[in-house]
Design a protein around this ligand. Structure first.
Ligand code: IPM
Ligand code: MG
Length: 356
């Protein structure tokens, strides 16, 4: 049966990198991948056209699709807009409206890129880490929130960090299940020494561990986790954490692999339906110049094949093709080092297609 994929390219480099991932999917279509693409607007591009960063039509297209491929949102152009219509609201809105609570952010170091990391090769060689980030709760969505004026006339900004037991349990289960299929080690990251909401997080993870005798659960405070990620990242197998801590730690983990331009992600709902996107942003400074690295988006398409479309062999082919182009010495600017061949966005996409 034909699988419907909603394509939301977004802003900045979004359209360029999404085009390359689609090239790869279309190449696989020649080998039997049965997909139909439907395009929708999101972020600043949607705001410019419709006055909102998340038009109803985009939500409809995404809800009725089997999977969603997203580029990136945001840019200087929209930074002065009211926060309620900023491009980022489009992304947060679709995560929330589609209940995409489980964000999987793998950080894998391709051996060919060991030199591209700012850390010593021996610290990062062989790195294969999975960050599981809660994506529809916590301080990103907690109420009340806003900016208010106090009686003395001073302004005060406020947000609420709130987690229900059920929210912690469902992300915890996803993380334990993943750890079971990997090395069986799960590190839950919190700030339980200061924040009650994450004290509950820690208790709930500890309770869940009783059902997973084959997974070794540990706990770590987020400040220490940030330090451990750059000190000795290979101690981690799977990490599970809150929305905001996961946002920060996944950027940190990405640099271990040389470039944020390499890292894909999946955001899944309870049934495994998902939205797939690179973890990097819209990079407006390099948009439209054919220099962005499309590999994170191409690898996001591979995650889509693996996690939602049930085509693991095709996912393997994409991952092998990416490894092959790196072996060939092809590098976009962000992962370039001396002696390699510098290529642009579309050349990199073409090379992956050729290597499939
Ligand atoms: C991410 C991004 C988003 C987030 C922004 C663009 C809203 O940084 O996906 O990590 O904070 O979740
Ligand atoms: Mg982020």
């Amino acid at each position: 049966m034909t699988k419907k994929i909603a394509v939301l390219a977004g802003d900045g480099i979004g359209p360029e990198i999404v085009d390359e991932a689609i090239k790869v999917l279309q190449a696989l279509a020649k080998d039997g991948l049965d997909i139909a693409l439907e395009y929708g607007l999101i972020g600043g591009a949607a705001y410019d056209e419709t006055g909102t960063p998340l038009p109803d039509e985009t939500v409809e297209i995404s809800k009725s699709a089997d999977a969603i491929l997203l580029g990136a949102v945001g840019g200087y152009k929209w930074e002065s807009l009211d926060i309620s219509v900023r491009p980022e609201k489009g992304l947060l809105g679709i995560r929330s409206q589609l209940n995409l609570f489980a964000n999987l952010r793998p950080a894998i170091l391709y051996p060919q890129l060991a030199d591209a990391s700012t850390l010593k090769p021996e610290v990062v060689a062989g790195l294969d880490l999975m960050i599981v980030r809660e994506l529809t709760g916590g301080i990103y969505f907690g109420q009340p929130r806003g900016i208010r004026t106090l009686e003395n006339g001073e302004k005060e900004g406020f947000n609420t960090l709130v987690y229900r037991e059920s929210e912690i349990q469902r992300i915890g289960k996803v993380a334990f299940d993943i750890a079971q299929k990997r090395q069986g080690r799960l590190c839950s990251v919190d700030k339980a020494n200061v924040l009650e909401s994450t004290e509950l997080w820690r208790e709930t993870m500890t309770d869940l561990a009783e059902n997973y005798s084959d997974v070794e659960l540990s706990h770590m405070y987020v400040d220490n986790a940030a330090m451990q990620l750059v000190r000795a990242p290979k101690q981690f197998d799977v990490m599970v954490t809150t929305n905001m801590f996961g946002d920060i730690l996944s950027d940190c983990a990405s640099m271990l692999t040389g470039s944020i331009g390499m890292l894909p992600s999946a955001s899944l709902d309870e049934s495994g339906k998902g939205m797939y996107e690179p973890i990097h942003g819209s990079a407006p400074d390099i948009a439209g110049q054919n220099v962005a690295n499309p590999l994170a988006t191409i690898l996001s398409a591979s995650m889509m094949l693996r996690y939602t479309l049930d085509e693991p062999a095709m996912a393997d082919r994409i991952e092998a093709a990416v490894s092959k182009v790196l072996d060939q010495g092809l590098r976009t600017a962000d992962i370039y080092s001396e002696g390699m061949t510098k290529v642009g966005t579309s050349e990199m996409g073409d090379a992956v297609v050729a290597a499939l």
